[in-house]
Design a protein around this ligand. Structure first.
Ligand SMILES: Nc1ncnc2c1ncn2[C@@H]1O[C@H](COP(=O)(O)OP(=O)(O)OP(=O)(O)O)[C@@H](O)[C@H]1O
Ligand SMILES: C[C@@](O)(CCO)CC(=O)[O-]
Length: 412
């Protein structure tokens, strides 16, 4: 019999991400680099004693959703996920890349329709959050013998949802991280199958790889064919480089780039912008291919400069290295503008930054969304405050944040 001593609470956070270089060109096989944001999502899972039917109480204020999911039918319908066709053995939570994704997702969808007959009338962001929750919860706990009990789960985020800063990956990384942390605590606490003799307070590299893969599966639920760069960046933090068809590469950059992250408040659709670039390329293939090659060179050079800056070996060059980065940001923005994915609001932000001697580029698909202003360490506080004031007056949203911070972490 479990007593209150066995009730666990876990708290986990994960960053959002921005693309530093390689947006659009990554679609054509070039290198992209993304970096974690200082803005984070967080989750708290609290096991509770309840006299009512054992249930999971989910509170997702960012998508305006509050749900109670009964545990017993969840266990019956969704536990024991299957391995993908052609793979023999038994599924384990350590093998998210081996799950029969389509089948498990289909079971989750059928189950949600069963317990929530009005499921189809929910907004699509609410549906995706619920699907992702049940998918990961049953995928992880459904392959263990650990007893599941009533719990309260609540999630918050400092990120704007659906604006290109990786809120979906950050959400999924938090979720998978917290469930794995709970599993660690439960299995190290008693006489259950001991996955861990001792539960550590943070995630190991192997656990991070597992978390990133669960989050990748959630990204598939949200987007269909994600590249994998978002979940990797939100999990590992720091800098991730990515090329289509290869595994994302985690680069350990021990520095934090300071930026002003400016929300143009112009909504845009990534898919439409990608189509616009494809159409431009169809009419002007050689010119567009040269632009993509130039973006690729910029991504490679920027990686080298960042690695140099982070090595800490060359103190006297810091100013020059930041100047080099600024130059690369400027060139990259202009190349993206040549592809037709800037926007008057992004140009207004850039002009204000340039008037203060600061480099600025759009990030993500463009056409609106976010711009980033690079703030070298020597920038006077008064310059940052004055630029922020001007941008706010134009009606933009501005957050001063750091890029390149820690990835998924257990909060004390
Ligand atoms: N804090 C959260 N709580 C619940 N659901 C969330 C939360 N954050 C993100 N989501 C889910 O992620 C979806 C947003 O994914 P979407 O890819 O549209 O935006 P993004 O991840 O911010 O942008 P991008 O993928 O271009 O960086 C939401 O619709 C919701 O389902
Ligand atoms: C524009 C794009 O390169 C980045 C969008 O964040 C599209 C993609 O990589 O799928």
């Amino acid at each position: 019999m479990l007593n209150t001593m066995d009730l666990f609470t876990v708290s986990v956070s994960a960053p959002g991400k921005v693309i530093l270089h390689g947006e659009h060109s990554v679609v054509y096989g070039k290198m992209a680099i993304a970096v974690s944001l200082g803005l984070r999502s967080s989750i708290v899972i609290k096991e509770i004693n309840s006299n009512r039917e054992p249930s999971v109480h989910i509170h997702l204020p960012c998508v305006d959703l509050q749900e109670v999911i009964p545990l017993e039918p969840t266990v019956k319908s969704l536990f024991n996920p299957k391995l993908a066709p052609g793979i023999t053995g038994k599924f384990s939570w350590r093998l998210p890349d081996k799950i029969d994704h389509e089948y498990h997702l289909r079971r989750v969808d059928e189950f949600l329709h069963l317990i929530k007959p009005n499921f189809d009338s929910l907004q699509s962001n609410q549906k995706n959050s619920l699907r992702s929750f049940l998918y990961v919860f049953s995928g992880i706990f459904g392959s263990t013998h650990l007893p599941v009990r009533s719990m309260e789960i609540s999630m918050g985020s400092e990120l704007t949802i659906g604006a290109g800063t990786g809120s979906s990956a950050s959400f999924a990384v938090c979720l998978a991280g917290a469930l794995i942390q709970l599993l660690k605590l439960k299995s190290s606490s008693g006489s259950f199958d001991a996955y861990y003799h001792q539960s550590s307070e943070d995630f190991s590299m192997t656990e991070k790889e597992i978390i990133s893969e669960w989050a990748y599966n959630c990204e598939r639920i949200m987007h269909g064919t994600p590249s994998g760069i978002d979940n990797a960046t939100c999990t590992f933090g720091s800098l991730v480089s990515f090329k289509k068809g290869s595994k994302p590469r985690h680069l350990s950059i021990r520095m934090e780039l300071r930026v002003l992250l400016v929300d143009s408040r112009v909504s845009r659709e990534t898919r439409a912008l990608v189509v616009r670039v494809a159409a431009l390329r169809q009419r002007n293939a050689p010119a567009v291919d040269h632009i993509m090659d130039a973006c690729d060179d910029i991504a490679h050079t920027a990686t080298q400069v960042l690695e140099k800056l982070s090595s800490g070996k060359c103190e006297p060059d810091i100013e020059a290295d930041y100047q080099h980065l600024a130059e690369l940001w400027d060139m990259n923005h202009c190349l993206l503008a040549a592809l037709g994915v800037s926007h008057p609001s992004l140009e207004t932000i850039r002009a204000a930054a340039r008037a203060k001697g600061l480099a600025c580029k759009l990030t993500g698909a463009g056409g609106g969304g976010y711009a980033m202003v690079l703030i070298p360490p020597s920038t006077p506080r008064s310059t940052i405050d004055s630029l922020t004031g001007q941008l706010l007056e134009h009606g933009f949203r501005v957050s001063e944040t750091r890029l390149g911070g820690r990835g998924v972490s257990v909060e004390m």
